[in-house]
Ligand binder design. Sequence first.
Ligand SMILES: Cc1cc2nc3c(=O)[nH]c(=O)nc-3n(C[C@H](O)[C@H](O)[C@H](O)COP(=O)(O)O)c2cc1C
Length: 187
Amino acid sequence: MHTIKIITSTTRKGRKGIAIANWMFEFARRANIFNVELLDLAEINLPLMDEPNHPRLQQYVHEHTKKWSAQIQSADGFIIVLGEYNFGFPAPVKNALDYLFNEWKYKPAGIVSYGGISGGLRATQMLKQVLTTLNMMPLPGQVSIPFFTKYINDEELFVPDEAIIKSAEAMIKELNRWTDALKTMRV
Ligand SMILES: Cc1cc2nc3c(=O)[nH]c(=O)nc-3n(C[C@H](O)[C@H](O)[C@H](O)COP(=O)(O)O)c2cc1C
């Protein structure tokens, strides 16, 4: 069974993205086709990229980087739960990506984006440029959630509608196919 890791993109106190990440985690787990783990960047708490060497060399000097490297190395694919800040993707996810290089290589990434009217699509387009530089495959079939706050209830739980569920099902299927395909490149 492949291991899929769900990565948050926002870390501020009171952030809403964690409700979507928690839902996605359960949703992916219940599909019963992957091992699923949640990597919450707020918990992982990486400082701003502070490695002296280029990540391609993997000569990490900091414990936080070695730990992050192992967490990403052991993943076969990802789902990034992506917020949108000022028409771009939030800085914590860029920082987390920049720490590593080879660990991301030949792995697919499904994107679940959320925001106002754009549903995080502008952030997604910017993120794709970075993901492909890392030799990742961002899935075209993503989940995009405009006006996402209407799906968050009083208990701060994300409660999706049928359209969101359908797009999440489709994304998970694609993620599984791409994970199979790209694994053959990681020899
Ligand atoms: C700094 C900042 C910039 C934002 N810029 C955008 C934006 O460009 N597009 C958008 O749809 N929402 C924007 N928003 C609203 C966010 O979609 C909303 O606050 C969301 O809850 C942010 O994700 P988070 O709660 O996980 O941090 C912005 C919010 C913040 C805090």
